[in-house]
Design a protein around this ligand. Sequence first.
Ligand SMILES: [Zn+2]
Length: 740
Amino acid sequence: MTFYQKLLELFQSIHNSERFLDIFPELEAEILQLFCAERITIYQRSYHSQDIYSRFKTGSELTEIRVPIGPQSIAGYVALSKKSVLIKDAYDEKELQSIHPKLSFARQFDQKSGFRTRSVLAVPITEQNVLLGVIQLINAKAAVAFSQDDLDKATQLAQVLGQKFRYELGATRGPFDDLHHRNLLSASQLQQLNQPPQDFTAQVNKLITDYHISKEQLGLSLEAFYQVSFIGFEPDKYQLHALNNKLNRSYLLKNHLVILDDQSGKAIIVLTNPNQADTLMEVERATGLLNYDIHVALPDDIDRYITGHQDNNLTELGDLLNEADDDLKLESFQPQDEGISEDTPVVVKLVNRILMDAQRLNASDIHIESGKAKSSCRVRLRVDGECRELIQIPPAFMPAVVSRIKIMARLDIAEKRLPQDGKFSIKLANNIIEVRVATLPTVFGEGVVMRILASGEALPFDKLQLSPRNYQMMSQMIKHPHGVLLVVGPTGSGKTTTLHAILGQLNTPDKKIWTAEDPVEITQPGLQQVQMNNKSGLTFAVALRAFLRADPDIILIGEMRDKETAHAGIEASLTGHLVLSTLHTNSAPETITRLIDIGIDPINFADACIGILAQRLIRTLCTRCKAAYQPDRAEQDYLQRHYGLGFASELELKNPLTLYKAKGCQNCDQTGYKGRVGVHELLPVTAKVRQLIYHKASIEQIQQQAITEGMRTLVQDGILKVVAGITDFKQLQAISVFED
Ligand SMILES: [Zn+2]
């Protein structure tokens, strides 16, 4: 029999065995013969512990030996480094040191038994780069030492044992596989998650945010893969180990690594990827630590151990900047530093603090703007549609702040000349904030705009503040079992809010609702919401086709961006589905001509469309401080004229008339306004309007017909809200400007 035939037979016996270490004594002689070796030890990884163990027969007794993972022994070193070694003479210290400066041979076993070890061949048993054991062969019989050929053969044996051990230990093939085994994640979700580039932090965030996996469940899955214990953030149980001082703080944060003390005095190296043998060896070299446990943890939790869980007791921004100044001085003593690094704790804190303030103030956007020359850089927030300054930051910090945000959004920090966009989600004070990031190079340096995605609940339909006519008509429209219903307006006009309010009204157990959104900003239980991903080809049109095969009743398509999507949406409604979507058009009648212009068949569209709601958001007066006044004649005339003299009676203007204007108080940050309200223009596609669409009538003709049938324009709806005291005269201009 050739060597390989024998090896195959051996593999077969290993696979057929219940537990490898139980049958190993029977196979031992055979393996020794195959490798022409005097002795063999096969170590197996202990479950959740930082040593390897083996059993061997002495006479009829089974003895167990344990070896710590570390350079104190050859097998321990191989386990730590996951690298094979070929050693001519285990007693030659120089030879050992050429492999690793601290590598030593554990002579005590020889001393006890009178055996003399000479040559050693040791190979790690790994599977998916997780260490599961070590094969150690001692004293080549046919030659002075083991050869490269022996090493190759041992490596093959190690592969077979790796699969066997993985099975025995119940280890999974990937860090998140166990979630799938426990039906917390579908196969396609797992596959999507594992698509390159694999960024562990991003994967974890996705699991927690999108798939609602708890930290505990994630921990179990990581344990099943890495075969080490998982720990969460438990500052009462674990303290920072003194040896962290020997490691650079930015090194710890960058590698998501920390050394903890579990009060028994034993050091625990905690990291997100316990497979990083190189990192572990770096830590050993820098700290001299030899005896320790390895645990796995989530990146956020590790960072919290390092930074001292600052998120709970963050100081005010001003204090932070003072601290920043101090850090700045410290930094300047470090000659190798070209500036402030993006992982300087104060930069991390500063960015977190800006995000927290933005969320607290209900801002929609954060603008981080470079200033001219040495002047300060500004951070401004857009709240209720208007920008205001939050803070100024020293110019020296600007590049680090920008880099920090780019890292969070996984953008290229080296690319400073071209605009980039990305997104991230971050958990601050127990709220997960999703942020879309756009960077832009300006003449004064790079700037960043972050949009905070309203991750929230849907507004109830009756809180949309539709006028009584619009409310009643809209309630009827959404009861249609099929047809197209459009909500139109510019970016930031609240279209998503309105659509989700409508879906909330329609979301009953007997309806199947699919949504394709970019981004998914509001989630509702019961809806099947799909995030678009243009890079991977998941466009609105592709999603729509998929939905039609997935038995829908109601479909939401985020935007009828192009002819293909609009056409597919209209077709879907004609085959018996209610389709909701949006367009970036200014008015309801304009939407019709826009769709016809891009090539949509007017007859199909007229037959499919139920109605079009155009909308804007305008600021509402602060209810605490709004000031009443009596408008003069000119102002009253203006209102009546713009409402339309023929309809002025609808306004039911009282005599004397009381309107309100902005004043300013603490409640509204002295702006006089708080919150926003929609103004609407609802165009139902009636028989007459349909005839006009068939004949490609002009915007004016359609508008005129709709008004005759009771439609009120955006400006008219705004005037109604002024008269009702919800907003003021000044805000009307905002609508008119949009209408050019
Ligand atoms: Zn106020």
